[in-house]
Write a protein that binds this ligand. Sequence first.
Ligand SMILES: NC(=O)C1=CN([C@@H]2O[C@H](COP(=O)(O)OP(=O)(O)OC[C@H]3O[C@@H](n4cnc5c(N)ncnc54)[C@H](O)[C@@H]3O)[C@@H](O)[C@H]2O)C=CC1
Ligand SMILES: Nc1nc(O)c(N)c(N[C@@H]2O[C@H](COP(=O)(O)O)[C@@H](O)[C@H]2O)n1
Length: 397
Amino acid sequence: MSIHDRAKSFCSSLLESITTPKSKNGPIVTLTYAQSLDSRISGRNGQQLALSCEESFIMTHRLRILHDGILVGIGTILNDNPRLTARLLGPDELESTISQPRPIILDSQLRFPLSSNVLKQSKMNGYKSPLIVTSYDHDSAKRKLLEQEGAVVVPIESNKNGQLSIAHLLSILSSPPFSICRLMVEGGAKVIKSFLKSNMVDLLIVTIAPTFVGVNGILAIDSNSTENQEPHHRFLYYKTPKQKNDDIIVPTQNVENSNINKRLPNNQIDSIQNNSSVNVDKSKPSINVTTSIIPKGCSPFVTMIIKWKTHGVPKNEKLEVRLNWFPSSRANSGPALWPGFPKIVLNRKKSIPTEIYMGKNQSLTFYVTIRSVHKISNQTVFNYVPIFAVKNPSFAC
Ligand SMILES: NC(=O)C1=CN([C@@H]2O[C@H](COP(=O)(O)OP(=O)(O)OC[C@H]3O[C@@H](n4cnc5c(N)ncnc54)[C@H](O)[C@@H]3O)[C@@H](O)[C@H]2O)C=CC1
Ligand SMILES: Nc1nc(O)c(N)c(N[C@@H]2O[C@H](COP(=O)(O)O)[C@@H](O)[C@H]2O)n1
């Protein structure tokens, strides 16, 4: 599979099951940005940094294709002069023939430069005119100039600090003539904060690059700033984080807009108990297995405590119990070991705690493998027995 095919399937899988937007009157909103290990999105004085590695950039460009609009703040336009197009494409794709997303810029005071790349490129075939969203309190002469150059300028409500209303923005974007169904928000820092605060983000995809920028860089989310003191909306892993060359891509979904929201409150989900009785051999030993699944804080990990009792196992006989577990998709394919899911050899110990990764919507089927070795006759009974399946365990948050 080529690097482009991998990006295609990864990005499609991220978007395919997000069908209901957080905002009832708006598009599905994906917020995505790249940060360093110390949470910086750019360097000293906002210096633009290539934090993403090549494969992560390819993923970002693929995500751009899958959205109808890409939104940034005017700070990013003035600082980076970005193009906001999908250019890192496969060999069979042409930049000018794919459906490029519309650039959307939040610019309360119409500081947008006439020389910007997004405006220049909109004159070329295949590229859409930038949509500049501004406040009612804008410079009308500048608006005229921008419109003459082909930009579309739309005034909307703003608050007393001049910040444009995200709710109003989303309802305008999803309506004609823009009809944006999927919006990708790239930043910068103020826009990231505003969107997270608005709680209209459906999918948050953060690329983490293995580098430190240092204290002078711009923080993605400045938790010291007073405007960020209010409670944060919660995001949980949506898909397993992926390593792309050097970087880690962390896809998370808004908890308040997903199935994981339907879980029970923390105090009702101390553990899930399962009891299974398994016969090794009808005439010979049997085992009774009890398991408890204990959520581990706000994380997709659970601790599983397995307890068992054996019956009728003669002292001179060896009983070996193994536990394997598989995602539900593999449950029918037999008990071959699923990579990344360790098997535990229980032997004669009476209980064992182990930590298991259980992603959202993950349903796991657990198998015990019982191997009873009769020392005298050397007869071996070898059984794989599915003991239970756990669907969507609740993560305590
Ligand atoms: N690493 C990454 O993935 C990215 C990094 N960046 C970096 O971010 C920096 C720019 O960030 P900022 O200076 O914070 O500017 P910004 O790009 O977030 O733009 C903020 C400006 O947008 C306007 N605005 C209007 N309504 C707003 C609202 N509701 N919320 C927020 N802003 C609103 C205001 O004029 C505000 O000053 C640059 O250094 C750029 O390189 C930008 C995008 C992605
Ligand atoms: N995904 C990602 N990784 C980085 O390391 C980045 N610095 C950014 N920045 C964003 O991409 C814009 C540049 O886009 P063009 O290549 O000009 O199309 C930049 O303005 C940021 O929004 N992104």
